[in-house]
Design a protein around this ligand. Structure first.
Ligand code: NAI
Length: 827
């Protein structure tokens, strides 16, 4: 047998007592014992396909197989046997460059196709995946180590479903997204845990929306992506629309850094996600990140415990626990903890570990030695930190990369195994007493990818689901996925969604925005001097510029109160002709922190009804309307009379727009193909830090603050540096409109300094920065630490007076994150 051919029949060596038992038992005995014998999937078709490629793969670039520029290859091996499966090209920067060029060259033709033509290609992909499902399932299993039952019944059917679903969106693109255009060339980097499924999640929406793609699969599991390249050839996909470059992290890095890429979509570890955020900060690349998780699996005392235990089998032992949304933290109500633990142990003792190609096993092999080592290290650390480790006495294969299903109990919520993603078949168990405590524990993590809630009470389960900060919550279920239901994280689990309408938007941009011109670099430093006044309330001339008396001095607005800046300094604000208009306080880090604290305390705003929020906004419009003459008069000194008039009128209208939207930006209800509904809710992000545009000091500020406010966020706002004293007029409008203190906080000062504090603050959920290009880059760089969402104008000009550009869904979508709550029905 040539090297590299896998002897699946000998891959597993049963422990002698089992082997003996299997051969010596009579049929009657077997019937009573109900033991499973091995039932190996036939790998022949997959092996033939590998042989057809001589077990050696170059990159798939421009519709053809190409040798790697630097001529180097690495092995892809079977974690169950250690055997080499194939030799795969190691991508270099030159290979990435060739692939990006091919994708760029393919773009005009791909985009000139009618949506129906693109839909047909996606449909053909779905059909081919179904046709080759057995080959693909086996390839996935031998490359990754996952049980064939999973690749055959979960991964591959979901892959096909994804292409079908997106064939539909390709068909509907022009009618459903008439004002949007594709991003362009998309770089996609995927992990090894669901290799072909992650490819489908990335490629299907990108192609459906008219992008072309360079995809880099994970180095441990490149085979199904290469098989997909074959499918692209088989269906006659135009050359360069899909390019696949294999390699390790350095290949991914080259893709991320390539100047010809318009968007990066990444799934993988939070650390690499952070590196990618940092590497793309100085560019205008769009970015979506689907990162790690430490998802809670919450079981209440009224839950159907047997179902919950079966749920756990899927929740933490699916794919050996190498699942980003694995229910790796078991939170049990104290009253049932003992009973549930006993049931879990009993079930664990029945889990079968063995050759991934064996249809009767539950747990396969760990993907690579490094991952096995990581799991071992983390479990040891858990025990060293006080956890009790329990593993069932189950038969283990004699060789290959296996790890026993493991239960860690008495886990302290702050310990490493409760906080870090282990990515292995390891469950960390804790207890709680009340639903409130369950929510607190569930949210006690930097992640927010998924959660599973078990209770027979619809009130308890939905109340808890609503409070858990995660992109997906499964009620009385776990690990359910569907192409129609967006998947993605809160907090350090990343941003952006895959699947659903929201997933498509990750690959689209408003057409006007794509065409918008770059703004000149901020002229803020020309517009006011930075002379400081040590006492803003002191009218003595010695404290001010001598050229004219002060018209106006405003204060900061924090927690619904006007407050002095911590520094005691203010800065001069000058008008159109350089005349002194007044002074604005020079906010500093401390003021910013106070403002964030006030915004956090005003979180009740999110809980008010949408109707109430609409009412408050309507009052705001009314109150600005009452003051329109005085506000126009003052604003005129900064922007000239004609603009001031136009700005105030447009602002009143804009407030009406968002008062209208406040109770209409609803979510959706999906019907995934199972007896389940998925409720997609548009949830607020928390506190949004806003850096306002330089121009249109009033309209620009309101165009950003209002969508944020309308959907229940609170905000900390840095007004335009050209005319920050507009804040003085706004306090009065806010104060008289029943807006709760802290819902909007205004901190004037140098936006570049204030932006840093805002972006680095852990209690700020997102940054909206609409100044110049360098501020946009700074906002992204400062947000690397906690991976918050950043929404910017990329330094492009926005006409705030044009409703098509300055208001609407584009802003509302960025002010919310979709949470899908899956609720099963039926007996
Ligand atoms: P990883 O994040 O390093 O790899 C994911 C992908 O990113 C691979 O294709 C890899 O080649 C690529 N990559 C690595 N470094 C890169 C860089 N600097 N720039 C661009 N691309 C880069 O994940 P890894 O090392 O395979 O697993 C480590 C840990 O990450 C796991 O133990 C697990 O905790 C977590 N993980 C989480 C996943 C998720 O879906 N949330 C998936 C895979 C891993």
């Amino acid at each position: 047998m040539p090297p590299g051919v896998i002897r699946q029949n000998t891959a597993i060596q049963w422990p002698s007592h089992i082997a003996r038992k299997q051969t010596t038992m009579s049929i009657a005995e077997k019937f009573v014992a109900m033991d499973y014998g091995p039932a190996l999937e036939d790998p022949k078709e997959a092996l033939l396909w590998l042989d057809g490629h001589k077990r050696r793969f170059g990159h798939f670039i421009g519709g053809e197989w190409r040798e790697p520029a630097e001529g180097s290859f690495f092995d892809s091996s079977d974690p169950a046997t250690g055997g080499q499966i194939a030799s795969v090209a190691q991508g270099s920067a030159a290979d990435i460059d060739a692939a990006v060029q091919a994708a760029r060259a393919a773009l005009p033709r791909w985009q000139s196709l009618k949506p129906h033509a693109r839909a047909r290609f996606l449909y053909a992909m779905a059909r081919e995946v179904q046709k080759h499902s057995r080959r693909l399932a086996v390839l996935e299993t031998i490359d990754n180590g996952k049980p064939i039952r999973e690749s055959r019944d979960i991964d591959i059917p979901l892959v096909a479903r994804h292409f079908y679903y997106h064939a539909g969106w390709a068909q509907l693109l022009e009618s459903e997204f008439p004002e949007y255009s594709a991003c362009g060339v998309v770089g996609q980097i995927i992990p090894w845990n669901f290799p072909l499924l992650m490819l489908a999640w990335k490629i299907a929406p990108a192609l459906a929306t008219g992008n072309t793609v360079v995809l880099k699969p994970a180095e441990f599991t490149p085979l199904t992506a290469l098989a997909f390249a074959d499918i692209c050839q088989e269906i006659g996909l135009p050359a360069g629309v899909v390019n696949i470059v294999t390699g390790d992290g350095s290949t991914g890095e080259a893709l991320v850094k390539h100047g010809g890429v318009d968007k990066i979509a990444f799934t993988g570890s939070t650390d690499v996600g952070r590196a990618i955020r940092s590497a793309t900060a100085q560019s205008h690349k769009r970015l979506s990140l689907e990162l790690g998780g430490k998802s809670p699996f919450v079981v209440f005392e009224d839950a159907d415990l047997d179902s919950a235990v079966e749920g756990l089998v899927d929740g933490i032992w699916l794919n050996q626990g190498q699942v980003c949304c694995a229910g790796s933290r078991l939170l049990m109500q104290e009253s049932i903890a003992e009973t549930l633990t006993e049931k879990i142990r009993e079930r664990m003792s029945k889990l079968r570990i063995g050759s991934p190609l064996d249809k009767s096993i539950d747990i396969g092999a760990i993907v690579a030695p490094v991952q096995l080592e990581r799991i071992r290290r983390l479990v040891d650390q858990g025990v060293a930190e006080g956890a009790t480790c329990w593993q069932p006495q189950v038969a283990m294969p004699a060789r290959g990369l296996y790890f026993q299903p493991t239960l860690l109990s008495n886990v302290h919520p702050a310990s490493t195994v409760a906080q870090q993603e282990i990515f292995g078949p390891v469950l960390a168990a804790m207890t709680f007493r009340t639903p409130a405590e369950a929510v607190e524990l569930a949210n006690n993590t930097v992640y927010g990818l998924a959660a599973s809630v078990w209770s027979e009470s619809v009130n308890v389960s939905l109340q808890v689901a609503a409070q858990i900060k995660a992109g997906v919550v499964w009620v009385n279920g776990t690990n359910m996925f569907d192409a129609a239901c967006g998947f993605g994280g809160y907090r350090e689990s990343g941003f952006g969604r895959e699947g659903g309408r929201e997933g498509l938007l990750e690959f689209l941009e408003p057409t006007w925005f794509k065409q918008a011109l770059a703004l000149p670099q901020a002229r803020r430093h020309d517009t006011h001097s930075s002379k400081l006044n040590t006492n803003p309330d002191d009218p003595t001339p010695g404290h001010r510029s001598a050229d004219r008396p002060i018209d106006r001095t405003v204060k900061l607005y924090i927690g619904g109160k006007q407050v002095r800046p911590d520094s005691g300094y203010s800065f001069e604000v000058r008008g159109l002709n350089g005349e002194l208009l007044g002074e604005a306080p020079l906010g500093n880090r401390k003021d910013m922190r106070n403002a964030v604290e006030a915004a956090r305390k005003a979180s009740g705003w999110a809980k008010t009804t949408a109707h109430n929020r609409a009412q408050v906004l309507y009052y705001m419009a009314e109150n600005l309307s009452l003051r329109r003459n005085e506000v126009t008069g003052r604003l005129a000194a900064s922007v000239g009379k004609p603009q001031a008039k136009k700005e105030v009128e447009a602002s009143i209208e804009r407030i009406f727009t968002y008062a209208a939207w406040a109770d209409k930006f609803d979510g959706a209800v999906h019907n995934p193909p199972s007896r389940t509904i998925a409720i997609a809710m548009n949830e607020p992000l928390g506190t949004v830090g806003i850096v306002c545009p330089i121009d249109a000091p009033l309209l620009g500020l309101l165009s950003l603050v209002l969508p944020v406010l309308a959907v229940g966020n609170t905000s900390v706002v840095v007004p335009s540096e050209t005319y920050p004293i507009i804040a003085g007029d706004l306090y009065q409008v806010f104060d008289t409109s029943d807006l709760p203190g802290g819902a909007i906080n205004l901190v004037t000062g140098h936006s570049s300094e204030l932006l840093k504090t805002l972006a680095e603050h852990d209690d700020v959920g997102a940054i909206w920065c609409f100044s110049d290009a360098s501020s946009a880059a700074a906002a992204k760089s400062f947000s690397v630490g906690n991976l918050k969402q950043v929404f910017t104008n990329e330094g492009r000009a926005i006409d705030w007076f044009d409703a098509r550009q300055g208001e609407g869904r584009w802003f509302l979508q960025h002010a919310t994150q979709v949470k899908n709550i899956w609720v099963p029905y039926g007996e």
